[in-house]
Design a protein around this ligand. Structure first.
Ligand SMILES: NC(=O)c1ccc[n+]([C@@H]2O[C@H](COP(=O)([O-])OP(=O)(O)OC[C@H]3O[C@@H](n4cnc5c(N)ncnc54)[C@H](O)[C@@H]3O)[C@@H](O)[C@H]2O)c1
Length: 404
């Protein structure tokens, strides 16, 4: 058994805590500036008030009080706690993105090297059975070398509207740019599959649809003032009728629907806004082209405009092809001249990110018990973060290629 503490006890911090608790590990402290989350820490982890901290100073002034620290604060709040944790000698599980500028990513990376501590980045997809299988097939050599890849991140229109138009990742100044927020996972997977340096990147993308100028904007400002039947972004459907996978405030069990309807008529609630009248500025579609050492290429599409929320990957290789999508959780692998083999991973899905969340935590426990290396140590995550920053630079220059 080991002990852990969490800085940022929101959705991710609580998710990892629950997975660690299920494995018998012990949460000993929580640092979060929002006192609303303390209730969960008290109720589910029996933490007393002296184990609950509202700011970094009060938490870190206690010194190193756990074997491991999880940093799962919001995107712009990763640098300060990560540096302070490393200075105190913590091994750190750090949510992606490492930080929101390359300079800050490098500061954390350098601090990890100087202090000799481990920083594991939560690139959970590497632990999903789906991508583990694809990686295993690629590395088997049976299909030859990767020549080119087509990878699509289908964000899902409802997920996009919730998180990237109305919600937490809508505005670059408040969180970060879309590619880093959403697709650093995809870039990480591509860099992992190729396992060679990316040399050139170019990218284009825009915010085209979710904006005031859209002719579909009914110009009512708030959803409850319009409530147009047939609008796919109608908040009363989104949050009451079809409770999709979206983050809501803590909702009471009794009178749930009435509570949410009142919440949707509160003009200070960002989720009450019309999707064409938000302060969002992150792109709703983007493409990235990459060229790796030796000339192999990859293409990534990120789009809001899909019914479902899933990733699909198609690898075109010198002696075969591998295709899979996470929705059906099947992988089709063909060696040219032979029958296609189908790997159905259906019953291996579990928990968040196609089983990736659980896989990450299992790996963390293994490392705490046995030592060794993680497949998502900061060293490897720096690679995909560098691609993301270069791609964004290219997007802002209308697709001009950037050499890495
Ligand atoms: N690995 C993944 O697949 C994945 C998925 C979703 C989110 N994330 C990342 O995880 C991080 C957390 O996301 P989330 O969805 O849990 O967000 P969240 O808003 O639910 O949780 C963040 C928590 O950090 C706390 N916080 C913010 N600033 C703080 C400060 N200065 N001091 C103390 N506490 C502070 C907030 O009060 C909140 O409770 C983000 O960086 C996000 O991008 C990763």
């Amino acid at each position: 058994m080991f002990t852990f503490a969490v800085v940022g006890f929101g959705a991710r911090g609580r998710k990892y805590s629950a997975l660690l608790k299920a494995r018998g590990e012990k949460l000993v402290a929580v640092c979060d500036c929002d006192p609303k989350v303390y209730e969960v820490a008290r109720r589910d982890y029996a933490l007393s008030d002296d184990a609950l901290f509202s700011d970094y100073d009060s938490f870190f002034s206690r010194g190193k009080i756990a074997d491991l620290l999880i940093v799962a604060t919001t995107d712009r709040e990763h640098l300060a706690p990560a540096l302070r944790a490393l200075e105190l000698g913590y091994d750190v599980i750090l949510e992606k993105p490492i930080a929101v500028s390359l300079e800050d990513c490098e500061k954390i990376y350098e601090k990890a090297k100087v202090t000799g501590r481990r920083v594991i980045i939560c690139h959970v997809l590497r632990y999903s059975p789906f991508f583990k299988k694809i990686k295993q097939l690629v590395d088997s050599g049976r299909y030859g070398e990767i020549e080119t890849v087509n990878h699509v991140e289908n964000v899902g229109y409802w997920h996009f509207a919730h998180s990237f138009v109305r919600g937490n990742w809508r505005n670059e100044k408040e969180s970060t740019f879309m590619l880093l927020a959403k697709c650093c996972h995809d870039l990480d997977i591509l860099a992992w599959l190729f396992d060679k340096p990316c040399e050139y990147v170019s990218s284009m993308g825009k915010l085209s649809y979710f904006k005031k100028e859209n002719p579909e904007n009914p110009k009512k400002g708030y959803c409850f003032k319009c409530d147009k039947a047939g609008c796919p972004y109608r908040a009363s459907d989104f949050y009451v009728k079809y409770p999709l996978w979206v983050k809501l405030p803590v909702v009471p069990q009794e009178n749930r629907d009435a509570f949410i309807r009142r919440w949707l008529e509160d003009e200070s609630n960002p989720y009450a806004r019309c999707v064409y009248e938000c302060d969002n500025d992150v792109v709703d579609h983007q493409v990235v082209n990459m060229q790796f050492a030796g000339g192999a290429t990859a293409h990534l599409t990120m789009t809001a405009f899909t019914k479902e929320f899933y990733r699909r990957t198609h690898l075109f290789m010198s002696q075969g092809e591998i295709y899979g999508n996470m929705l059906e959780n099947k992988i089709y692998a063909t060696r040219f001249g032979e029958d296609t083999e189908v790997f159905d991973l259906g019953d291996q899905i579990g928990g968040g990110h196609g089983g990736g969340d659980e896989g990450l935590i299992n790996d963390v426990c293994r490392l705490m018990e046995e030592g060794g290396k993680s497949v998502t140590d900061i060293d490897v995550s720096m690679v995909s973060h560098k691609i993301a920053f270069a791609a964004e630079k290219s997007r802002k220059a209308n697709g001009e290629a950037v050499r890495l």
